[in-house]
Design a protein around this ligand. Sequence first.
Ligand SMILES: [Zn+2]
Length: 356
Amino acid sequence: MIDFTMNDILEAIPAECFHRSALKGLSYVARDLLLIFTIGATVHFTIPLLPSPILRFAAWTLYGFVQGLVGTGVWVLAHECGHQAFSPSRKLNDFVGWVLHSSLLVPYFSWQITHGKHHKATGHMDKDMVFVPATRADVIRSYGGNPSDFPPDEEMSEEQENKLYDLIEEAPITSLYLLILQQTLGWLGYLAFNLSGQTYPSKSRWEVNHLNPASPLFSRTDYNKILLSDLGLLIAFAVLVMAARTWGWMTVVCYYVVPYFWVNHWLVLITFLQHTDPALPHYRAGAWNFQRGAAATMDRDFGFIGQHLFHDIIEVSTSPPITLLNRKSLLIGPSSLSLSFFCFFFFWDEMADRGM
Ligand SMILES: [Zn+2]
């Protein structure tokens, strides 16, 4: 069991990690926006010159992927704004974060609030806000079994083990289907229905979401911030509708919607890989403390993309809370939780291992 104090962690973090610079933050925003416009302008002027529909389709597909990478970087910058890690000015952070996240159809303050709660209670079975794992009993029940037929692992006979394995064994095709569903619609499902979050039995499924100011995800004092987040989304939708009326829906799909879904894919992949490895514990209330929860986050190495386009979000973030989490490797050693893999090879493994 991991045991160290907050002081141990804080002392292990280099002082420069706590230094925030508006100039540096804004320069990253400027760089990413310049990249987005340059890539957009390049395809605008070159794709129509391609001689066949197949080539044009391939070029648009490549564009969607590349623009999605840069868009994910913008997403990450807004995330840093939400942590107040972008600059020393709260007003600047919230303004930039609201504009950037709204332009990516993310309700800025709403997600900032639930995301803050996630960081405060990472790995807590009853308080974490996302990727809350199903308990063993939940999994057995979801496959139509009776949890009382299966004693704890160490007391199970071989026959019971086999019976459990047969019950919850997942066909690869089902895992693939769930993976595609998660990567395309998982983020929207989280925003709209709190999928993978806590359950609120006394509330209807339509009440628990990131758009409803009265949602149990928020407190009463958050009300206006949720409305402001919704306003950001409305403005973004209005701009998209105007663009579609001016240039056609297909233009909006090619330039915006496809990269938008790539951004969602990366976001889910990054957070999934950080929080769901079988090596990462989740703690019940009695065993949880902040340090243990914070350490239950796995660093990954995305190579060039992670370092230069995703702003190191998954390796070492510029956000003090995240930096704090990632710097844990200084304390508990790289062999335990700070692993370096190229993500795709084991993304599949983790989907298949998820207890499905
Ligand atoms: Zn964060």
